[in-house]
Structures are given as structure tokens and as C-alpha cells.
Design a protein around this ligand. Structure first.
Ligand SMILES: Nc1ncnc2c1ncn2[C@@H]1O[C@H](COP(=O)(O)OP(=O)(O)O)[C@@H](O)[C@H]1O
Ligand SMILES: [Mg+2]
Length: 268
């Protein structure tokens, strides 16, 4: 029997309910995200979480402008012997490392004692259209020497260029797979997760991802982690500007943090 005195739920109310339900699902996901990838300040992250042993690799993946170079420079401060590979004709970041960061510029590998010049920017001439041949030879030669010397941290800011344009994929793969035993760490950055070898993800202990909504990139990112693909995808697509998702591939632990702003403003 219908109770004619009770009015049917108004349409407006039904719409509200659907929205509320959606909101609840969303906030559950957010809660899950907070539980599985807590948000830390950079100080908390570096003091209590991030343990980067010599020989472990770091991979930084995010679109241009997200903060890869900024974070890489913050990471390099943890290492004593660093070689940054310079690939562009001009690069203000590398110029600053040379002008103010105590890095020595070398256009080719110099056989100097690491203690004499522990921080180097290896920057072969890139000013000509056909510089790629020179660049390739100098980087290959340097990577051979570094491999034999051991103990260095090699920073490659544009991994795609090194692998595809300079055709150094084999050298990079060898480093990723073998260099750990030689106490050589790689720090590699790329904006194209789909175009770098899978070894980058498998062999890196420390992965850093920035906000990315590109469907192909998200697919690749969620496919490389043995963690819940849905969760990684959810986290990466909802990061704040400059916020980074850190994944330790050995422990499976995840955190979200922000590198210190280069302009010195405080990041929350
Ligand atoms: N954690 C951060 N907080 C505030 N600003 C940042 C942060 N990281 C990067 N930026 C700014 O964003 C811009 C792009 O950073 P950059 O590190 O060059 O990105 P990418 O190397 O990914 O292209 C720069 O102007 C930089 O100052
Ligand atoms: Mg950059």
C-alpha cells in the first residue's frame, strides 16, 4: 500500500545523493592515498625516509616544468663524486653548477684524481648541427672510464636524448644493470616514460613521479610498478604542482613530498 501523504524524493535530492556518494568514494580514495603515500616535508623525507646508498639508481619522471632538474640538484648534494652530462648547447642549470656549485667543466673526460675534482660537468661541444658524433664519442669514452674507476654518481638530465639521439642505450643499460656492484649511481630524468628502457624502472631503487595526465604515460607508469596499478595511477594523476610521488622499488614504500623551491620560498 502506498502512503500518499509521503512525497516521493525530489529529483534535486536524488542528484545531491549521487554527488554525495561520489564524494564519499573520492574521499575514501584520498584516505587510502594518505595512508599508502603519506605527505612529508622535504626535511622529513630526507631525514627519516630517503636512504640512498652508493650504487643505487634514481629515476625522475615527469613532464617539462614539473621540477625534475630542481629535485635532481637537491639529490646530487648527497653525493661526493658527481659527473653531470651536458647535452645542450646552452644550459643555465649546468652553467650555475660550474659558476657557483664547485663543478669543473670538462669538454672531454680528464684523467684527474677524483679527489682533485670530485664534481664535474662533462660538456662536449654541442654548438654544431652535427655535434652528435663528438658528443657520442666523448660520452662513450667517459662512461668507459667512469665504469672502470667506479664510485661516481652520473647525472643524465635528458635520458631520451642520450639514449635515442646519441644512441647510447647499450651503455645506459649496462650501467643500470651492472654499475651497482661498482658503486656507481645513476640519476636519470625523462619526460617520456614510454620511451626509455624498462631497465630504468626495474633497476632503479628510487623512483620519482610528477603529475601526469597523459593517457599513454599513465598507462606506462601504472604498468611498471608491482604495486596496485590503479593506486599509482590515481596518485600520479592527482599530485599537486611540483609535488612528487616517491616509490622505493625495493621496499614498495611510497611518500609524497616537494623539493625545496629554487627561489627559496618555503614549500608545504
Ligand atoms: N619544488 C618546487 N617548488 C617551487 N618551484 C619549483 C619546484 N620545483 C621546480 N620549481 C620551479 O618550476 C620550474 C621548472 O622546474 P625544473 O626543475 O626546471 O623542471 P623540469 O626539469 O622538470 O623541467 C622552475 O622555474 C623551478 O624554479
Ligand atoms: Mg629539467
Amino acid at each position: 500500500m502506498t502512503d500518499e501523504t509521503t512525497p516521493a524524493t525530489p529529483i534535486r535530492q536524488q542528484v545531491m545523493d549521487r554527488e554525495t556518494a561520489r564524494g564519499i568514494v573520492q574521499s575514501r580514495r584520498d584516505e587510502e592515498a594518505n595512508r599508502l603515500a603519506p605527505v612529508l616535508t622535504w626535511e622529513q623525507f630526507t631525514e627519516y625516509v630517503f636512504r640512498w646508498r652508493q650504487g643505487e639508481h634514481c629515476a625522475l619522471i615527469g613532464p617539462t616544468g614539473s621540477g625534475k632538474t630542481t629535485l635532481a640538484l637537491a639529490l646530487l648534494q648527497f653525493r661526493k663524486y658527481v659527473v653531470a652530462l651536458g647535452t645542450k648547447p646552452r644550459d643555465s642549470t649546468l652553467s650555475q653548477l660550474i659558476a657557483r656549485g664547485g663543478f669543473k667543466r670538462m669538454s672531454k673526460w680528464e684523467r684527474e684524481s677524483p679527489t682533485m675534482s670530485p664534481k664535474r660537468v662533462l660538456w662536449p661541444d654541442a654548438s654544431q648541427m652535427n655535434s652528435a658524433v663528438v658528443q657520442r664519442n666523448q660520452f662513450q669514452n667517459a662512461l668507459d672510464h667512469i665504469y672502470r674507476e667506479g664510485g661516481w654518481c652520473v647525472y643524465i638530465d635528458e635520458l631520451w636524448f642520450i639514449i635515442h639521439h646519441l644512441k647510447l642505450e647499450l651503455a645506459v643499460k649496462t650501467y643500470l644493470q651492472q654499475a651497482r656492484a661498482l658503486q656507481i649511481s645513476l640519476v636519470v630524468a625523462t619526460q617520456r616514460p614510454a620511451h626509455v628502457p624498462l631497465e630504468v624502472y626495474d633497476q632503479s631503487t628510487h623512483l620519482f613521479f610528477w603529475l601526469d595526465n597523459d593517457e599513454r604515460n599513465l598507462k606506462r607508469i601504472s604498468g611498471i610498478s608491482w604495486l596496485s596499478a590503479d593506486l599509482v595511477r590515481h596518485l600520479v594523476s592527482r599530485l599537486e604542482h611540483h609535488q612528487v610521488l616517491y616509490i622505493n622499488t625495493r621496499t614498495g614504500r611510497m611518500f609524497r613530498t616537494k623539493a625545496p623551491s629554487p627561489t627559496g620560498e618555503v614549500n608545504k
